[in-house]
Design a protein around this ligand. Structure first.
Ligand SMILES: *[C@@H]1O[C@H](CO)[C@@H](O)[C@H](O)[C@H]1NC(C)=O
Ligand SMILES: *[C@@H]1O[C@H](CO)[C@@H](O)[C@H](O)[C@H]1NC(C)=O
Ligand SMILES: *[C@@H]1O[C@H](CO)[C@@H](O)[C@H](O)[C@H]1NC(C)=O
Ligand SMILES: *[C@@H]1O[C@H](CO)[C@@H](O)[C@H](O)[C@H]1NC(C)=O
Ligand SMILES: *[C@@H]1O[C@H](CO)[C@@H](O)[C@H](O)[C@H]1NC(C)=O
Ligand SMILES: *[C@@H]1O[C@H](CO)[C@@H](O)[C@H](O)[C@H]1NC(C)=O
Ligand SMILES: *[C@@H]1O[C@H](CO)[C@@H](O)[C@H](O)[C@H]1NC(C)=O
Ligand SMILES: *[C@@H]1O[C@H](CO)[C@@H](O)[C@H](O)[C@H]1NC(C)=O
Ligand SMILES: *[C@@H]1O[C@H](CO)[C@@H](O)[C@H](O)[C@H]1NC(C)=O
Ligand SMILES: *[C@@H]1O[C@H](CO)[C@@H](O)[C@H](O)[C@H]1NC(C)=O
Ligand SMILES: *[C@@H]1O[C@H](CO)[C@@H](O)[C@H](O)[C@H]1NC(C)=O
Ligand SMILES: *[C@@H]1O[C@H](CO)[C@@H](O)[C@H](O)[C@H]1NC(C)=O
Length: 793
């Protein structure tokens, strides 16, 4: 009865507001102590009754969220804890007396919002925004935390994540991201989000937010500019007796659609819904709309997925046949034998377009294309188009069926003969095989005799050599040790990871643990979760595959205690990834920035020497000389035993677009950058010495004030300070208060070396070898002149 009454009151209210504009700034206050239950009192409504916050039905249970009270079905625009399972009917929502919005369930209680401080009241506005206030300060609002939808008056600063389906609002498979580069881009969520994964973008460079105005105009705004995506033609919203609610939703199939809901109070059917605009006209062009090994075709305006021949759909409860397909046979046995044709058959599918990178491209006929895929153990799919045959491996991604393209795809499928027989019994029992076996037996006999003879010969020779040359035994031992070493380094050769492996290893590239100058870093575990690794997804400026391989091979040949080891790599189209050993104790930058963890005097000296030794190896000891180009505290990492290791070395060369000798990509980081970078002169190892000098002074003073966002004036301030302390012999001031005894002699050495390293003239800086000799006290240190930059002020 109470519920009926509530509905009647609401409808009555809607009638009363008819003919007048809804004032979206009006709302009722929800006071502390208020609560909701699914059965009796499910929602807090906005004044006009358009929006409701509270429980809504999902399957047999309930979810908490905000919905538009459209007819016949409500439209959910926001969901709390969207990936949690549905709630039972004895859950309740409470705005507690101490100001937290909590969900009580049989399992306990949970915050509904991400509010950081307690609230004094809440409000459900007619704009669809649910706000919690602490007095007049907003502590949380739904508009700042969108799920898959933004409403008129709302802006998007970060991302939308689509829902699984129209009726289930847990996280689905697509993301629309307002990127730092100013572009609004849609990607499949589980992809690496490289250029090849995006399927729609606003093509803007300046965007900071995506705004949907109350009158239904959608635009990207930022830095004083506007890029209109859709401008509404009519001011429907303002017409009499009608209210229009606009919403833009990233739908479950990855299309970004602007809808209008029209509420009229004159008719009994209260609402109508209209698509105003859609990002994609072709619903299959949302990459990843069909999962791996399946292809998309349009059925009645909706995308539908079909498995390629020889594949079966994955089991899935929620999103039906969109998850993808798997091959229901294995291929190990066939590839270890020669008679591939007996195991496989080629099935032809026409009019398919694929989005993956071939490992081989050949100019051959259609028939030869099919045959060469059948014969090639690596080939699972061959694409034939325009006279070119491209061979690919599984999984097949981003496949679309379209009558208009003339591409033929050959899929390798398990052959019928193979399936019909027990795979364990040998397939060929013909005389041919038997004769082969006989031939083999003969061959083995001949080989055995030869080998025996050789072995005897070798033994004789060895004994002879041993007695004859035993004076030179030492030389032999040295050689055999080298041989062992060779074996060890073989053991450390780079591993080529597949993209899928890394996807699994990093749990789908969900959250980067950090960002380095070369790309985002994700943590993962290899060797059955035993070994932690850092997977770096390189920025897209790393182009070209051949050069990439050559450079990482060079990096892989470096073995030094003070360098972070490269374990492997992955090339996935234009996306490149490097896999490094994981450094559990963070970077030097973390250490210097945090006043609580500031290292003691001995640690500072040790870290400085560790870094110098790493640089010495790069500059003078490894096979190919490596200039780091970007030495800074963020690139000095610590392993579990707090050994300092340099990371990101060797990558500066990867950024070089041609071999002209000028580096354009990495230009160091401001503050650590040697002055010659600005002068466009030839870059030498001395750029690293400069950066090391800055680093040394920072380690000494335990500060990392020289950050990118600090102006160069302040950088000069640090140098001036150090120099002044040095001249006035007040070195203690540099180090700060330490419990430990400070070796003032060493301190002076470090200051002198640091100042020598930051000379503007590259030739005036010492080599890294001299730096180490100076620090270790083997060489005298000349008195450093004032850094040239200082003479300017
Ligand atoms: C409303 O929901 C029911 C049940 O989920 C569904 O069968 C029906 O198609 C929906 N109607 C509209 C217009 O979406
Ligand atoms: C919640 O409801 C279920 C059935 O709907 C019931 O079995 C359970 O006892 C209830 N729990 C509480 C704490 O009321
Ligand atoms: C709700 O969030 C606040 C702030 O994060 C936290 O202090 C509080 O313990 C949380 N309450 C529950 C029930 O999780
Ligand atoms: C309002 O916020 C402030 C700061 O977070 C907090 O100290 C205060 O307790 C809050 N007021 C109430 C009534 O919770
Ligand atoms: C609602 O709460 C706000 C702040 O908590 C207050 O300023 C306002 O007067 C309240 N409005 C009503 C109608 O109670
Ligand atoms: C877009 O939204 C942002 C954030 O609310 C706002 O600062 C900006 O002024 C809006 N842009 C326009 C053109 O309305
Ligand atoms: C919609 O709103 C924008 C910004 O608020 C305004 O510039 C534009 O003229 C409006 N369009 C209509 C049709 O009212
Ligand atoms: C709005 O509704 C009133 C009566 O409810 C009617 O007289 C008026 O003509 C309507 N206006 C429009 C523009 O439909
Ligand atoms: C799919 O699910 C059904 C029932 O849940 C199960 O019997 C079957 O083994 C599953 N198949 C695969 C390949 O997981
Ligand atoms: C693979 O699937 C096909 C068609 O569904 C079936 O005939 C065949 O027996 C399956 N093979 C295996 C090894 O499961
Ligand atoms: C393939 O080779 C033939 C001759 O060998 C040549 O005429 C044709 O242009 C080539 N096709 C492509 C796409 O390179
Ligand atoms: C391969 O497929 C073709 C037609 O799809 C069929 O005629 C042929 O018998 C198949 N071969 C084997 C070995 O299964």
């Amino acid at each position: 009865m109470a519920f009926m009454l509530l509905i009647i009151v609401r409808v009555f209210f809607l009638m009363v507001t008819a003919g007048s504009l809804i004032d979206e700034s009006v709302s009722y206050n929800i006071s502390l102590g208020s609560s909701l239950t699914p059965d009796k009192n499910p929602s807090w409504f906005s004044p006009s009754g358009l929006f409701a916050f509270g429980f809504y039905r999902q399957d047999d249970g309930f979810q908490v969220g905000i919905s538009l009270t459209s007819k016949p079905n409500i439209t959910v625009v926001w969901t709390a804890n969207r990936d949690d399972p549905p709630l039972s009917s004895n859950s309740s929502i409470e705005l507690t007396v101490d100001g937290w919005l909590l969900l009580h369930t049989t399992d306990g209680e949970k915050n509904i919002t991400t509010q950081m401080s307690s609230a004094t009241s809440g409000s459900m506005f007619d704009s669809g925004n649910f706000v919690l206030y602490n007095q007049s300060i907003v502590v949380w609002e739904s508009f700042a935390n969108p799920c898959d939808t933004i409403l008129g008056g709302q802006k998007l600063e970060d991302r939308l994540v689509s829902s699984v389906s129209d009726s289930h609002h847990s996280s689905g498979r697509f993301e629309l991201i307002m990127q730092y580069d100013g572009n609004l881009v849609a990607y499949p969520k589980s992809s690496l989000k490289g250029v090849d994964d995006s399927y729609w973008s606003s093509n803007t460079f300046f965007g900071v937010t995506l705004n949907l105005s109350r009158n239904g105009s959608l635009y990207v705004a930022g830095h004083g500019t506007l890029h209109s995506i859709f401008s509404s033609r009519t001011s429907l919203r303002l017409s009499n007796n009608k209210t229009v609610v606009y919403r833009a939703t990233l739908n479950p199939h990855g299309n970004f659609i602007l809808y209008s809901h029209i509420f009229t109070t004159l008719s009994s059917s209260l609402t109508g819904m209209k698509n105003e605009w859609a990002a994609l006209q072709d619903v299959c062009s949302a990459k990843g709309v069909c999962g791996i090994n399946s292809y998309c075709s349009i059925t009645a305006g909706n995308p539908e997925c079909q498995c390629f021949p020889g594949f079966l759909f994955f089991n899935s409860t929620v999103d039906g046949k969109f998850l993808g397909c798997y091959r229901n046979f294995t291929d190990e046995e066939a590839c270890s034998r020669r008679e591939v044709k007996l195991f496989y058959n080629i099935t032809v599918v026409d009019n398919i377009e694929l989005g993956i990178y071939p490992y081989s491209v050949m100019n051959i006929s259609k028939k030869a294309c099919s045959k060469s895929c059948l014969d090639d153990c690596n080939c699972w799919v061959a694409v034939y188009a325009n006279g070119m045959c491209k061979m690919l491996k599984v999984p097949i991604i981003y496949a679309v069926h379209s009558k208009s393209n003339l591409i033929t795809v050959f899929i390798k499928t398990s052959s019928l003969i193979y399936q019909a027989k027990d795979p364990k019994t040998p397939l060929l029992a013909s005389t041919e095989t038997i004769s082969v076996v006989v031939e083999r037996k003969k061959l083995v006999a001949i080989l055995a005799i030869t080998l025996a003879f050789l072995a005897i010969l070798c033994t004789v020779l060895a004994l002879y050599s041993f007695f004859f040359y035993r004076m030179h035994a030492h030389r032999y031992r040295t050689m055999s040790e080298n041989a062992d070493y060779g074996l060890i380094s073989d053991h450390f050769t780079l591993r080529s990871f597949t993209f899928d492996e890394l996807l699994k290893v990093t749990n789908g590239f969900m959250e980067p643990v950090s960002r380095s100058s070369i790309g985002e870093v994700y943590k993962g575990f290899i060797s059955d979760g035993k070994k932690a690794v850092a997977v770096k997804k390189l920025h897209r400026m790393f182009e070209g595959e051949g050069g990439f391989r050559a450079e990482i091979t060079a990096i892989a040949q470096t073995h030094h205690r003070n360098l972070v080891r490269l374990l492997g790599f992955c090339i996935h189209g234009a996306t490149k990834l490097l896999v490094y050993e994981f450094m559990s104790n963070g970077s030097l930058a973390d250490l210097l920035c945090n006043s609580e963890t500031q290292p003691g005097w001995k640690e500072r000296v040790r870290v400085a020497l560790d870094v110098a030794k790493g640089i010495l190896y790069l500059h003078e000891e490894c096979e190919t000389r490596i200039i780091h180009c970007n030495v800074k505290p963020h690139n000095i990492l610590f392993d579990e035993s707090w050994t300092a290791k340099i990371s990101d070395f060797g990558v500066s060369k990867l950024l070089r677009p041609n071999l002209s000798g000028t580096l354009t990509g990495v230009r160091g980081t401001r503050g650590y950058q040697a002055p010659e970078w600005q002068k466009n002169t030839l870059i030498s190892t001395k750029v690293d010495i400069y950066s090391f000098g800055v680093l040394l002074l920072e380690i000494l003073c335990c500060t990392s004030d020289i950050e990118i966002d600090v102006s160069s004036d302040e950088k000069i301030l640090l140098f001036t300070w150090v120099y002044n302390c040095f001249v006035t012999k007040k070195l203690n001031r540099l180090i700060g208060d330490l419990d430990e005894e400070v070796d003032i002699n060493m301190c002076e050495k470090m200051v002198k070396v640091g100042l020598l390293c930051i000379q503007d003239d590259p030739d005036a800086r010492p080599s890294i070898k001299d730096v180490i000799l100076m620090l270790e006290g083997t060489t005298d240190i000349p008195t450093p002149p004032s850094p040239t930059s200082l003479s300017l002020i």
